[in-house]
Design a protein around this ligand. Structure first.
Ligand code: FES
Length: 579
């Protein structure tokens, strides 16, 4: 544990409350207006609890109660809690996609902290974009912060089947399209697949990103694996409240925790977990906020050296996050790959990652495999490059059929989601299992916001023939709960005139995952001719947040942060002297 570095006089909040002047008198008076006497808050760390609870986010519905547990911990440790609500970003409700608003949450978190008398922050999130959004904001704000993950929901259940979020929805939906499941049975699946509060319990984006938050060192040890409905989760919340007060006195800021080495740990852990492809975009953005130039190459290198050992759907075939917790959770997994981690990185506990995970045991070797008995020796993610995606695209080899590792097939191109959705239901669609389905204009600007459309539906005609996987390619993202031979995040996107905009139906495309290559079999002269003919589409937005988003969003390979929020934009992170 580090020693005390702050005194009551040097607390950030003292700038609001300590001076003997009229403005500070107003601040003190207004706290007392709420019924708090100076003994309760003066000279104590003031802790923001940035809570992403809302009535429309089932993944965070327990945060309404859990915030009281966080407050309890803060008060026990001698701090003063202030709850500051932030946009909830319900993955299941927000259209066109929460990705349009991740940076909005990051800005909100940063400015909530910056504008208020805050000494430290507890960040309450979990549903996909809330983890990177909150952490990016806290990085830029620079005050001590600790992350409280919402925790995964309980396993799904229907007619004795264990159901996994997303993954089983896609799987059973194809059976319904093939006429094998009735409408009544489908309603049963809807009711059984999500039966408690908490985040998706497959290795989707939520579980991936909360594990990453823990691997970086921003949560208490083991916090990300605890099921939302488990009493351990309540105890973790109060402990986080107690710990943030200590972090304020120790002046333990995100900058000290979020080093390049800690992000390399996060990438290694993501690989071992069989992570969501969304992790790439978010980790790049988070790392760059912290000042580290992490890119696609870091992910590809890690995927070649770190095996997938978490047997969790969709990369695994059997288990869910609840099983992962019972098997020892993330500390046990990290201990098993400790030779691939930097063990000297600092965490919110004030101890190193190595100290936090020492002695963590695996209780079920089928859920958390040994590296010798890995699910996949390599291949959680692969980064492909070629003339069709000069800045890269990604695929999750661990979640697709091996016959697509090397494949050449004709393109079937769709320029927008509605026309694709309509076409795949047609029995007369000219498509075979060897085709490569293409959806474009679905990237950061084109989507807009890069929706999770990347797991394009298999055409109904092929589903009826028994086809359950085929190569698909888009500049969109894909839910972490999705699976299949889906090539995603094509950069630069078609909407801004990347070469992906030049593909035509019938063109041959060659994919070679082992060689990390993807090639459009069209001559350079022909591509130059098509490029000269290409005209930019009309803007998606002409006002408001969407307009600002369009002007400043960066491409997927750069993490989709706003250019003006990046650490290297303008003046260094810090507080302007006007405060
Ligand atoms: Fe919230 Fe999946 S919908 S984590």
């Amino acid at each position: 544990m580090t020693s005390r570095k702050k005194t009551p006089e040097t607390l950030r909040s003292a700038r609001w409350f300590a001076p003997d002047d009229l403005r500070s008198s107003g601040h003190r008076s207004r706290i007392m207006q709420m019924g708090y006497s100076p003994d309760e808050w003066l000279d104590r760390p003031i802790i923001a609890i940035i809570n992403t609870w809302s009535d429309i986010n089932p993944c965070h519905s327990h945060f309404k109660q859990r915030v009281d547990d966080v407050k309890r911990g803060i008060l026990q440790a001698g701090g003063f809690p202030i709850e500051l609500p932030a946009i909830s970003l319900s993955e299941s409700a927000v259209k066109p996609t929460t990705m349009l608003y991740r940076n909005m949450l990051a800005m909100e978190a940063e400015e909530l902290i910056r504008s208020h008398p805050i000494d430290g922050a507890v960040l309450m999130g979990g549903c996909d974009k809330t983890t990177p959004g909150l952490l990016m904001g806290a990085s830029s704000a620079g005050v001590p912060a600790i992350y409280v993950p919402a925790g995964p929901m309980l396993r799904g259940n229907w007619k004795g089947n264990v159901l996994g979020s997303g993954s089983d929805a896609w799987k059973f939906w194809d059976e319904r399209r093939a006429g094998n499941i009735s409408k009544t049975e489908w309603i049963g699946i809807e009711g059984g697949i999500a039966r408690s509060h908490g985040t998706c319990m497959t290795m989707g984006t939520a579980s991936t990103m909360t594990a990453i938050a823990e691997a970086i060192g921003m949560t208490l040890p083991g916090a990300s694996s605890i099921p939302a409905a488990d009493a351990n989760h309540i105890r973790m919340c109060s402990e986080a409240g107690r710990r943030i007060v200590g972090m304020v006195w120790e002046d333990l800021t995100p900058q000290q925790i979020q080093t390049r080495a800690s992000f390399e740990n996060a990438i290694a852990v993501a690989m071992a977990m069989g992570c969501s492809t969304n992790a790439i975009i978010h980790v790049i953005a988070m790392a760059r906020r912290a000042g580290h130039d992490i890119g696609l190459a870091d992910f590809d290198a890690a995927s070649r050296r770190v095996p997938v050992i978490a047997n969790i759907r969709p990369s695994g075939d059997k288990y869910l996050m609840e099983d992962f917790f019972y098997a020892g959770g993330l500390p046990a997994l990290m201990n098993r790959i400790s030779d691939k981690l930097h063990l000297d990185t600092l965490t919110v506990t004030g101890r190193t990652l190595g100290e936090n995970i020492a002695g963590a045991e695996v209780y079920n070797d089928d859920v958390i495999r040994t590296t010798e008995n890995a699910l996949y020796q390599e291949g959680a993610l692969a980064v492909l490059k070629g003339n069709i995606a000069p800045d890269g695209c990604v695929i999750k080899p661990s979640a697709c059929e091996k016959r697509f590792f090397r494949h050449t097939g004709p393109a079937l191109v769709f320029d927008d989601y509605p026309s694709m959705k309509e076409a795949v239901e047609r029995d007369d669609l000219d498509v075979t299992a060897d085709h490569i389905l293409i959806l474009r204009n679905a990237g950061p600007q084109g989507g807009p916001g890069m929706p999770e459309w990347g797991m394009l539906p298999i055409p109904k005609k092929l589903v009826k023939q028994g086809v359950r996987d085929m190569l698909r390619m888009s500049d969109a993202r894909m839910s972490g709960t999705s699976y299949g031979a889906c090539i995603l995040h094509v950069s630069p996107e078609a909407y801004i005139g990347g070469p992906f905009a030049l593909v035509r139906t019938g063109d041959m495309i060659s994919v070679d995952i082992d060689r990390r290559s993807i090639h459009l079999e069209v001559s350079d002269q022909e591509l130059a001719r098509r490029q000269a003919e290409w005209t930019p589409p009309p803007p998606r937005f002409e006002r408001g947040y969407g307009w600002m988003f369009s002007k400043h969003i960066r491409q997927a390979n750069d993490g989709c942060d706003f250019d003006f929020l990046q650490t290297d934009f303008g003046a260094p992170t810090g507080e302007p002297s006007i405060y």
